[in-house]
Design a protein around this ligand. Structure first.
Ligand SMILES: [Zn+2]
Length: 290
């Protein structure tokens, strides 16, 4: 009987333990830990001045080598400047390009069809060189006194040279340097100053001597203006005698041309004439052209 009871009680105990282990296996209750049960002690630092200062000092000490490394690295950085506007468009043509782009942006496209060449400088006559010339000149800027250039007895080559000089486009050294030609800025006429158009043709001591020589022939004293255009404007039509006026009108192109010729002979051929010879050349050229 006892053994039976023991047997039944043993069976019952095994049954309970089996059922509890089965329950444990099926249970989704998380395993106990202080983390999952949020029983960990909270971090509650007390920001005392000493603690804060020490922390900042430590952080500072950590960042010092990083900062030094960045500083040395930045000093090894090489800056390469590459201006696309200068590389693509020479700086002396930037204004022209800007005005050209302004014209393009102010124009509106009308109609539909293929692109074709057309001329809108004048409405009726089609393309005319004089309209083209007017369009090339700046509207609110300089106006070239064309009569004083083209309506003289000067040969077309000389007149063209005066025109280009008036527009500031002859290849003096300052213009060459603007076009990145490496050349010494030196006036071969006076051997003292740099060479610009106004200096070479008007203000150089050699040029001044030539101008005062020519003016003294006409009994005039002349104050030299600032540039070639100013000189052409101020050259004047005060003389009423047609014969004298013809000679008078020929003086600027003649002096310009002779100075340019002398300058080129000195620069490229190594030939240098003295001032008296240059004066003689100017006179002979003037008399030959009139
Ligand atoms: Zn000079």
């Amino acid at each position: 009987m006892h053994s039976k009871g023991a047997t039944t009680s043993g069976v019952s105990k095994d049954g309970i333990s089996d059922s509890s282990s089965a329950l444990k296996k099926n249970s989704k209750k998380p395993k106990y830990s202080r983390f999952t049960q949020q029983e960990l002690p909270a971090c509650k630092p007390i920001l005392t001045p000493g603690w804060v200062i020490t922390t900042f000092i430590m952080v500072g000490i950590v960042f010092i080598p990083i900062g030094l490394a960045s500083l040395f690295a930045s000093e090894r950085v090489v800056e390469i400047v590459h201006r696309y506007d200068d590389a693509c468009v020479p700086h002396w043509e930037i204004d022209d390009v800007a005005s050209f782009l302004e014209v393009l942006s102010s124009s509106s496209v009308k109609g539909i069809g293929e692109d074709r060449m057309c001329w809108r400088g004048s409405s009726k006559d089609g393309f005319r060189v004089r309209h083209y010339y007017k369009n090339l000149l700046p509207s609110a800027g300089i106006v070239v006194p064309w009569k004083r250039i083209w309506k003289t007895n000067a040969p077309p080559l000389v007149a063209f040279f005066v025109w280009v000089a008036a527009l500031g486009r002859i290849l003096t050294i300052d213009n060459l340097r603007r076009r990145h030609v490496m050349v010494l800025d030196w006036c071969c006429m006076c051997k003292e100053n740099g060479e610009s158009i106004s200096h070479l043709l008007l203000h150089c001591p050699v040029a001044r001597e030539l101008w005062s020589f020519m003016c003294s022939i006409f009994g005039l004293r002349w104050v030299m203006p600032g540039g070639v255009l100013d000189l052409l404007y101020s050259w004047g039509d005060s003389c009423h005698s047609i014969g004298v006026r013809k000679v008078w009108d020929m003086v600027p192109p003649c002096v310009f041309w002779c100075i340019w010729g002398e300058r080129n002979a000195r620069s490229f051929e190594g030939m240098e004439r003295n001032l008296m010879e240059v004066k003689g050349t100017v006179l002979r050229t003037l008399l030959g052209l009139v």
